[in-house]
Ligand binder design. Structure first.
Ligand code: BDP
Length: 322
């Protein structure tokens, strides 16, 4: 065999070997810091996807919203600039109106109630709405129970009236705060601490792990435990990426997503206990709402709106009934 021909064969073999190990780099958007349950769960997803696809898909996790805030990330996922993301249903629902009911205050009793629906038929319907809009759900994560917290003491719904309250960039949250006769201020998550410190807002609302991880508890020490929204979150893959995956790869992504969701929920429950301990130790005061019914009644117009819409009525009735 002539030397140049041998060289050519060698090159072909090297190319083929290279191709069979071709790596695809993927970007995952995450709003939370290192160590947070969501972050840990996405990392486990990334690792499992890598293993199951024998290193073909390498998921890099960009935490702390370094790639932009959530509404921006929603658009980036749609356009294919990021491939994977973990979103709160609030801002996500502005891009997918079919899941807006998930944000309604006082809809789910607790996380167990929420997952009974999300892990079942209803979850499949919401996932279908999301898929049609460009987001493939591979895991439902826990956004926990959200409550209000303020710089000044709050012990009744009327104390919230007139307050400037930070909300997520999401219609339902904005509407909810207006119905409490307060002023909604939609701000990106990372800007809330400054806004509380600089008196740009009087209050915010979130779950305990975020109240702690953001340091909001250092400024807004007065928590009014309303648990007004039990909030779903989702780990999603862009349909742009999904469409490129073959059957086995899709199964690998789905299995890794489902596993990461269970991990997330477990870490979440532990983190709630920890966050309560830390914030209490640092002086946060918790006042539990005695009777939520006046607050629930104020939400009437929001419920009226989604009941009147034939696209969302059935889902709403299913959740309320069970
Ligand atoms: C946290 C959610 C996160 C939201 C944030 C917020 O996990 O996705 O962006 O609240 O209030 O609890 O913006």
């Amino acid at each position: 065999m002539r030397a140049s021909f041998k060289g050519f064969l060698f090159l072909l073999a090297a190319l083929a070997a290279g191709l069979s190990h071709a790596q695809v780099k993927l970007r995952a958007w995450n709003i939370h810091p290192e160590g947070y349950p969501v972050t840990e769960a996405i990392k486990s997803f990334a690792e499992d996807v890598g293993k199951a696809t024998r290193g073909k898909y390498q998921v890099e996790v960009f935490s702390n919203a370094t790639l932009g805030d959530q509404p921006k990330a929603v658009q980036m996922l749609k356009s294919g600039e990021v491939d994977i993301a973990e979103f709160s249903s609030g801002p996500l629902s502005d891009a997918v109106p079919g899941i807006k009911v998930l944000n309604l205050p006082f809809l789910f009793k607790d996380s167990a109630h929420m997952f009974r629906h999300l892990d079942g038929k209803l979850g499949e319907r919401f996932a279908a709405n999301l898929k049609a809009a460009g987001f493939v759900v591979v895991g439902w994560y826990d956004g926990g129970a959200r409550s209000f917290y303020c710089v000044k003491p709050v012990s009744s719904v009327s104390d919230l009236a007139g307050k400037k309250i930070r909300v997520q960039q999401s219609d339902v949250y904005i509407e909810m705060v207006k119905l409490l006769n307060a002023t909604p201020v939609a701000l990106p998550f990372k800007d809330v601490l400054d806004a509380l410190q600089q008196d740009k807002v009087d209050c915010a609302e979130n779950n305990l792990p975020s109240y702690e991880s953001t340091g909001h508890y250092k400024v807004a020490k007065n928590v009014y435990v309303t648990s007004h929204v039990i909030s779903p979150e989702a780990l999603v893959v862009s349909t742009k990426l999904w469409d490129k995956l073959d059957k086995d790869e899709r199964a690998a992504f789905s299995a890794a997503g489902a596993k990461s969701a269970l991990l997330m929920r477990d870490l979440w429950n532990k983190r709630i206990t920890l966050a309560l301990e830390t914030t209490t130790r640092q002086g946060a005061q918790f006042v539990k709402v005695k009777d939520a019914s006046p607050m629930v009644r104020r939400m009437g117009p929001l419920y009226g709106k989604y009941m009147a819409d034939p696209k969302t009525r059935e889902e709403l009735l299913t959740i309320i009934a069970d």
